[in-house]
Design a protein around this ligand. Structure first.
Ligand code: SAM
Length: 435
């Protein structure tokens, strides 16, 4: 197989991304990674440019004499890759400049060689000046789009700097041990005997953090269903939703099934209905259930569409709604480029429709756990406040998680270096019918 240079592949991927023709997840596929001699370098370039895009782009605008034409987005991406390598990867200057100049030829843009040479050498020379300029521009310095920075500052005035810092870190790889197949200590031992170092998470009982991320294809115990990849924050849903044998549980937004499986590992006799409105995402739920040896009914459905009553009523509902994903930016740094404030408004409306559609499906006396991987109050505590004001039979039940921040309603985790993603949970109970 003939490999393609990582920089060329990175330019193609980043060009598509900046033109809103895909995300890192959809563009940086296993097939694309296999085209690179070093998939790790390709991944590093793509993730790194997205993570630092607001700052790299700020530098680039200062270094270019005039903006590039829209049709030269690939050249712009090459310059961003070069700046990332120079300023964040500490690639030796001469190697970085020479390789980027060479890549212009491979992109079919030999005219850009001089420009690339001039911009990257300018960046080398002006590093201190550029850095001083960026320090005076919030969006560039914190490497977040202005709208998101403003919103985080408004929602979390005391915490926003730590949040921004957390969003700019790399996420650790964490595992959920399938308690039906092994204890956390046994799994730790299995990993250690295969030279995979791990440590126990402090919040979720069955969590392990790997010292280094690795492909699940070679992760000991993965194929056998002993472990799943899941952030510790997501694992906590199984501890926060009160469970007991045989309850009817609705997981209303279930794909790809991470939390469905966490609930069933905690209490395998639950009768779980796992719904998702995206048919193409359903097979992943079933694959996860099969790998882990768990049973649930999986259906394609949208509970906001009339007819949801066909599913009956449930003792427990997990509502893990689609959200801005602002708590998982460190895992998906392309959110900084792709997400817009208008999209968040749409998501807020969608979440409101989902929570109001789910509430009538809950049995009196039952519990509903609402969760998001968002940091924004409009998607979290404000949604719960809205439901409580509209549904007199809804009660907010306070939760406790060490290190979480208590909101008006529910709890917020912030992304923490070496720890959890940003995550929100709120527990509601429907008033039992009076005897
Ligand atoms: C945050 S993800 C769920 C992740 C999942 N709970 C897990 O832990 O693996 C949100 C899911 O909601 C689904 N969704 C969005 N709108 C929906 C709707 N109206 N009805 C059902 N599912 C919906 C999306 O397709 C997406 O799979």
């Amino acid at each position: 197989m003939s490999f393609q240079p990582e920089r060329v592949l990175a330019c193609h991927i980043l060009t598509s991304l900046l033109q809103h023709r895909g995300s890192l997840a959809s563009l940086l596929t296993t097939e694309t990674l296999a085209k690179a001699q070093s998939p790790a370098l390709l991944q590093e370039l793509c993730f790194g440019v997205c993570r630092w895009h607001p700052r790299l782009n700020f530098y680039l605008q200062h270094l270019l004499e005039k903006p590039l034409r829209a049709k030269d987005m690939d050249v712009q991406c090459l310059l961003l890759v070069g700046l990332y390598q120079l300023l964040f990867m500490r690639t030796p200057d001469h190697a970085c400049v020479n390789e980027c100049v060479g890549t212009a030829e491979a992109l079919g843009k030999p005219w850009a060689k001089g420009l690339i040479n001039a911009v990257l050498r300018g960046a080398q020379r002006q590093q201190d000046e550029l850095s001083a300029l960026a320090e005076r521009d919030y969006s560039a310095w914190y490497a977040h789009p202005q709208w998101l920075l403003d919103q985080l500052k408004k929602d979390w005035p005391a915490q926003y700097r730590d949040i921004l810092d957390g969003n700019n870190q790399r996420a650790p790889m964490s595992l959920r041990v399938n308690q039906l197949k092994a204890t956390r200590a046994e799994c730790h031992g299995l990993l250690a005997s295969n030279a995979v170092a791990s440590t126990a998470g402090e919040l979720a009982q069955h969590s392990l953090y790997l010292a280094q991320p690795m492909d699940t294809a070679v992760l000991p115990g993965f194929a056998e269903g002993m472990v799943s990849v899941q952030d510790e924050s997501s694992q906590l849903v199984a501890a926060l939703l009160p469970l007991s044998p045989g309850l009817r549980v609705l997981d209303a937004c279930a794909a790809p099934g991470g939390k469905t499986c966490a609930l069933l590992e905690a209490e395998p006799s639950l009768q779980v209905l796992a719904l998702d409105n995206e048919a193409r995402r359903l097979p992943r739920i079933q694959q996860n259930l099969d790998r882990l040896g768990l049973l649930a009914t999986v259906r394609c459905a949208d509970i906001t569409v009339a007819g949801a009553e066909q599913f009956g009523r449930f003792d427990r509902i997990l509502l893990d709604v689609p959200c801005s994903a602002t708590g998982v930016i460190r895992r998906h740094p392309d959110i900084k480029i792709l997400r817009t404030a208008a999209e968040v408004e749409n998501l807020v409306s969608k979440q409101r429709a989902l929570i109001h559609a789910a509430w009538p499906l809950l049995e009196p006396g039952g519990y509903l756990l609402y969760s998001t991987c968002s940091l924004l109050k409009a998607e979290n505590t404000e949604q719960i406040a809205h439901l409580l004001s509209a549904c007199p039979d809804a009660r907010h039940i306070p939760l406790t998680i060490a290190v979480a921040t208590t909101c008006d309603y529910g709890l917020q985790l912030f992304p923490k270096a070496g720890g959890t993603d940003g995550f929100y949970y709120a527990l509601l109970r429907k008033q039992p019918i009076a005897e």
